[in-house]
Ligand binder design. Sequence first.
Ligand SMILES: [Zn+2]
Length: 260
Amino acid sequence: MLVDSHCHLNFPELSADLGTFLTQMQANQVSHALVVATRPDNIAQVIEIAASQPYLFASVGIHPDEKLPDFKLTPEYLLEYVAHPKVIALGETGLDYHWNKELDMTWQHERFNIHIEVAKKTSLPLIIHTREAAADTYQMLKDAQIESCGAVMHCFTEDKDWARKFLDLGCYISLSGIATFKSATQVHEVAKFVPLERLLVETDAPYLAPVPFRGKLNHPALVRHTAQYIADLRQINLAELAEVTTQNFFTLFTKAVATR
Ligand SMILES: [Zn+2]
């Protein structure tokens, strides 16, 4: 059995045909999926989808690409959602300097810190997005001492040296369909390097479908192709990779165990 540790089943491409994608999950032995919120206006729907099936979970947070000048995040805002039994994580949060080129990134740092503060307060893990911002992401996580809540570096595309540093902070590393792209040699190296007991797999659906579905609509069942590719790289069988990554998911997201 596999777990899709990060997907956006609430996005219209997927939610419009949710039943079909859930059936495909089961048919492909993808037993669980974590549905991740990105904006204030999709949190309720993410929780609703997670609550509709025992094998779905929710994460609550505001994506760093969502500038939302009229929205001011507070710890209380997140805490209210986190009380829901299906909310097992905070995020996705983090830093993104690719889509945000202005010089003053204080707003992103402040928002990231609020997620960190709530994660530590509630002992729920963080789901971290980082793009062209590895050094600052690392420093903020290090300063915050996140050992008590834990974190996963989602859709990890940094190099092996950064992987080592984030692993040293206690983070898990989650790999997406990018791992199956021929040109993604840096991710292939990371896929072989990360200790098996710290590895997760994800789709980030509806984006980043793995080969042979690259460019098409992604959905949780396709995590199987990413897992198979990584298993081949590591020269282990899919069953072993599936078992360990699933175990890792429930080790990190402890609140998921209760409703499993
Ligand atoms: Zn995502």
